[in-house]
Each structure stands twice: as structure tokens, then as C-alpha cells.
Design a protein around this ligand. Sequence first.
Ligand code: C2G
Length: 136
Amino acid sequence: MKTVITYGTFDLFHVGHLRILTRAKALGNRLIVAVSTDEFNFVKGKSSVIPYASRAEIVAGLSCVDQVIPEENWDQKISDIKNWSVDVFVMGHDWDGKFDYLSDYCEVTYLDRTSGVSSTMIKRTVGASSSSAIGF
Ligand code: C2G
């Protein structure tokens, strides 16, 4: 069993999210995705349009995702890696270098982002204001 983990908000789920999750899964045979809670997003200075429960449900519904856990703070990664016997930590290259400290615990890989799409772009395009969270 080769376990891969990645972290993110995954707001307004789009093809860039799908591609990095698909490519992360291809690095092993179990993919765990830590989805940022609404409270942690506030800490990150982000406000998502889609509430955590729905964002987590969407990610969990993907065939390439085996498990979803909440990302509640910046400091849980080392314990997550130990608790879930993670072999590979993956993030998009916009985070290049930021998580190299995790290489003491597992392989750290940064994958190219998909250009031309982002949750922010979608928000701006559809005019969704982050304060009017959409509930399902
Ligand atoms: N991503 C991508 N291509 C895009 C947009 C995002 O490959 N066009 C990747 C990002 O690089 C990241 C993942 O998709 O690896 C999730 O992106 P976000 O939801 O924006 O997550 P972020 O705010 O980067 O949170 O502790 C880590 C943080 O929780 C990461």
C-alpha cells in the first residue's frame, strides 16, 4: 500500500483540482485528501463560497479519492503523515518549497498547477460573493 496525501480548500471544484488529485493518486494506490474546514480557511485568509461539508462530499465522491479528512490547522501535517502511514505528500507548485520540512517524514512532491483556472477566477466570473455561501 503506497499512501499519498494532499491538502486544500477545493472551493468551487474545477478541473485544476481534479487534475492534481488524479495525478496525486497515480503516485500511489491510496489517496487521502485533507479538505480545509471553513474555520481554517478563515485562518488562511480565504473564505470559500461552498461550505466545508459540501466541499468534502464532492472530493470524497471522486473515484481517485479514497479518504477525506478535515484540515483544521497548519500544524497537523506531520501527525497526519504518521497517523496514516503516508508515503508521499503532494501539493501544487504554487507551494513549491513551503513543505520541504516534511521530507523528514515522507517523500514531498510538488506538481504543476493547471493554468487558466482558479476558484477566485470562477468567483469573479459568476459574481458570487463569498459572504453568500451556497448551501446544499
Ligand atoms: N491547484 C491546481 N491548479 C489550479 C488550482 C489549484 O493544481 N488551477 C491545486 C493547488 O496547487 C493545491 C490544490 O489544487 O495543491 C488545492 O488548491 P486550493 O483549494 O486553492 O488549496 P490551497 O488554498 O492552496 O490550500 O495546507 C495546504 C493548504 O490547505 C492548501
